[in-house]
Design a protein around this ligand. Structure first.
Ligand SMILES: NC(=O)c1ccc[n+]([C@@H]2O[C@H](COP(=O)([O-])OP(=O)(O)OC[C@H]3O[C@@H](n4cnc5c(N)ncnc54)[C@H](OP(=O)(O)O)[C@@H]3O)[C@@H](O)[C@H]2O)c1
Length: 227
């Protein structure tokens, strides 16, 4: 079924009215914003070049979208998605995020991001680096393990036997609930893989990475990951 015609809001369930701030409006940011809007969220989009460069995107996304600076997206978002290349993480302002749920979609590609010794030595994970950079936010690793286009093309209504399960990891239960609600509302089941550190199980290069799997299969793949 084409994504435009896929109605994922369940009968009897209230669509979310939450506002999501996006730091990064590239492949993942744009696709996730579109799906979130279809599920009832509103979005505040930002990038490195300024809101004026996002005019075309917000026009396409419609009235539930606006363009802003990175600081404004962080401030206005009740939940914030950080979806930039990992090399840009140290440049991002860490203000306006106290107590907020922050979704980290980032993966580590040394050719793109430069060598990060702690990741090469496996003494930490990308999302733990993100949590260190945003110490006041509740970081949840999510959407790092699905190709951007598949956020639309593999979404399915709740109860569909082929509905895909996406993994999340994080240290804060309320934040994981926010992220679970978002993921379920846009067409996927969720598997909570545990604390943020357990995100190593679905980083790029692992068996679970970008697997189109149901819950049972995903659990098997996550178990195969080696730290
Ligand atoms: N593409 C995928 O299928 C996929 C899947 C899973 C995970 N991921 C991961 O998710 C992250 C985003 O991937 P993507 O493919 O969406 O990247 P992308 O298409 O290259 O978009 C990156 C976005 O980040 C913005 N950005 C870069 N530096 C910034 C800064 N200092 N401040 C604010 N915004 C900044 C860019 O803005 P400008 O254009 O203005 O520079 C752009 O909007 C990456 O870490 C990637 O590894 C990607």
């Amino acid at each position: 079924m084409a994504s435009d015609t896929l109605n994922l809001i369940e009968e009897g369930s209230e669509p979310s009215t939450m506002k999501i701030g996006f730091i990064g409006s590239g492949h993942i940011g744009q696709t996730l914003a579109k799906s979130a809007i279809q599920a009832g969220y509103s979005v505040v989009m930002s990038n490195s070049r300024g809101p004026e460069t996002l005019a075309g995107l917000v026009q396409k996304l419609g009235p539930q979208a606006k363009a802003a600076t990175v600081e404004e997206a962080a401030k206005e978002g009740e939940m914030v998605v950080v979806t930039v290349p990992l090399y840009a993480l140290p440049q991002l302002p860490a203000t306006h995020l106290a107590g907020k749920t922050l979704i980290d979609t980032m993966n580590y590609y040394p050719d793109r991001d430069g060598r990060i010794e702690a990741l090469d030595q496996h003494t930490t994970t990308t999302s733990e680096l993100t949590a260190r950079h945003f110490p006041d936010a509740h970081v949840v690793k999510a959407f790092n393990s699905i190709y951007a286009a598949e956020i639309e093309t593999t979404a399915k209504p709740k109860g569909d036997p082929d509905r895909r399960t996406l993994p999340i990891a994080g240290d804060n239960a309320a934040a994981k609930k926010d992220v679970t609600e978002l993921i379920e509302s846009i067409g996927f089941d969720v598997y909570d893989a545990g604390p943020l550190h357990e995100g190593f199980r679905f980083q790029n290069g692992t068996p679970a990475y970008c697997a189109r799997a149901n819950r049972e299969k995903l659990i098997q793949l996550l178990r195969q990951a080696k730290e």
